[in-house]
Design a protein. Structure first.
Length: 531
């Protein structure tokens, strides 16, 4: 049997962003009170093509095979232009009315062309083997690198169907599985390109358009390559009322994209991306689903998901990358928090920690990862009153990571209004972190990098399923009403407002708490009708 499929499409999004602050109505900071107006317009185009042909055939009465070949094409286009102006006249609201205008324009385009072949074998519908090879070419690769190949191999075995397997009465099904494969992460659009940046130059006292050498590029740049091993099992038991999926994985990424410092004599940017490092991730993923009670008038179901992840830099390819609070070092996690630790004691017994009572270490020490090492989600649901009402609750946990409490740090360091500074009854711990930050030569932020573990009652929803007669009053076949609340309760030892009160620094993915609002608690009411 031969089957084929072709899917093609275009996704288009247009976005307009505007900001207006009238003259004398803005905050009193720098030139902002003079007023400003911005207007940015952005277009996003995504083109996709996915085509494949599959042939299924029998090799023997017990062995069937499927061969699939396919082609995929993806193109993304980002196009933006913007205008802004400051120093607005009274009551003015347009960009053209500002005394100091500014314009900007940018565009990015990315293309990927991939082809693959996949071979599957099924023996007695119990043992399944899949082997595949994929070839990708991307516009972000260096000019001297043509394409990358990704192989994979997967095995799945329903061992519980074998006569030799001693299956107990309570076990319905057991499948063992394993997979080994490769994947990749593409460079950013311009990482491999040698390009120039436009500027304005004064020639004979006249402003002229000019360009400056901006990036030296890398013609051999290629994608990061990840090889991952997965081992696990799927099982169902107790008349299929309980199911468990478990996976262990080990992933190693080679040719990691590292911004390497180049000599200033290159005459351009001081860094360029090169394929230098390697990183290892290990962890487990588990899904447990249970139908605890199943009665005509009452039901209770429970779903638990849990995952762990521990990453480590195996090779960096460059000297350690040392930032203010974050470092990249071999043998430690990516984006780990580092600061100079200290010890303290109230030596004179006056109840106040002073600079002379703080001892700061000579060098920075590793504090912990900035990315959670474990995540747990619990979802439970109850069907009540002959299943006319359903109540569901979702609980969320993230742990194992640390976060910089930047809001409290700036309150203590610059705004002089944190309790560790102004309240003599504040704990020694809070006093010490302020003194270590403000009154020691190291100015260490060690005390403001805190564990950010939390449990949150993420969502509560109550759904009412309308009787058929009530739905027909609305000329509908069915109807539901759902009242839901989100972010109801938080349990955490984090001293800031909320461990999720955070922003992400640039494109690094590092989460920090700096003058940002926590997730709000909000309620929604939703009515659905099916016709």
């Amino acid at each position: 049997m031969i089957s084929s499929r072709i899917a093609a499409g275009i996704d288009y999004t247009h976005r307009e962003d505007g900001d207006l602050c009238r003259r004398s109505e803005c905050v009193a900071f720098a030139t902002i009170p003079l007023g400003f107006r911005t207007n940015n317009r952005t277009n996003f185009f995504d083109y996709t093509l996915d085509a494949n042909v599959a042939a299924t055939y029998a090799l023997t009465p017990a062995l069937r095979a499927t061969t699939t070949v396919g082609l995929q094409y993806f193109q993304s286009l980002f196009d933006r232009n913007g205008a802004s102006a400051s120093d607005l006249p009274p009551n003015a609201t347009t960009v053209s009315s500002g005394a100091i205008p500014s314009v900007s324009e940018s565009s990015d385009e990315s293309k990927t062309l991939g082809a693959f072949i996949e071979q599957q074998f099924a023996l007695r519908q119990r043992l399944f083997v899949t082997a595949a090879l994929r070839r990708d070419d991307n516009s972000a690769f260096g000019a001297d690198f043509s394409a990358v190949y990704y192989p994979k191999l997967g095995v799945s075995y329903v061992i519980s169907e074998e006569s030799f397997f001693p299956r107990p009465a309570w076990l319905n099904n057991l499948r063992l599985r394993g997979a080994l494969g490769a994947s990749g992460t593409q460079p950013n659009v311009t990482d491999a390109i040698r390009f120039f940046t436009p500027t304005t130059a004064s020639v004979d006292a006249v402003d002229r358009g000019a360009i400056v050498f901006s990036a030296i590029g890398n013609p051999t740049l290629k994608p990061e390559r990840a090889t991952e091993l997965e081992l696990g099992f799927d099982a169902s038991a107790l008349r299929n009322r309980l199911s468990v999926d478990f996976t262990y994985y080990r992933k190693r990424t080679r040719d990691a994209l590292i911004a390497r410092i180049v000599a200033p004599s290159a005459g351009a940017a001081t860094t360029r991306f090169e394929n230098l490092g390697s990183v290892q991730n290990t962890g487990i993923e588990m899904l447990l689903s249970a139908q605890v009670l199943d009665r005509p008038t009452f039901g209770w179901d429970l779903t638990l998901t849990a995952a762990t992840n521990h990453n480590k830099i195996l090779e960096l390819g460059v000297p350690p990358i040392i930032g203010t609070t974050v470092q990249q070092r071999e043998g430690f996690p990516i984006d780990g928090w580092w600061q100079r630790p200290y010890t303290y004691s109230d030596a004179n017994g006056n109840g106040i920690i002073e600079a002379s009572e703080i001892v700061v270490e000579d060098s920075a020490a590793y504090i912990g990862p900035s990315i959670p090492t474990r995540e747990i989600t619990v979802i439970t649901g109850f069907d009540l009153f002959r299943r006319r009402f359903r109540v569901t609750g979702l609980f969320d946990h993230k742990g194992g990571r640390y976060q910089l409490n930047g809001t409290e740090r700036i309150r203590c360091e610059s705004r002089l209004n944190c309790d560790g500074l102004v309240d003599p009854t504040a704990s020694f711990e809070r006093q010490a972190r302020v003194v270590a930050l403000r009154e020691t030569a190291a100015r260490t932020q060690y005390g403001f990098i805190e564990r950010a573990d939390f449990w949150r009652f993420r969502e509560l929803a109550i759904t009412y399923n309308m009787p058929p007669g009530m739905a027909r009053m609305m000329r509908a076949n069915s109807g539901t009403v759902t009242l839901a609340a989100r972010n109801l309760f938080l349990s955490s030892d984090y001293t800031g407002l909320d461990p999720e009160s955070a922003y992400f620094s640039g494109n690094t993915g590092i989460q920090s708490d700096f003058q940002t609002a926590p997730p709000p608690t909000f309620w929604t009411l939703r009515v659905n009708f099916g016709f």
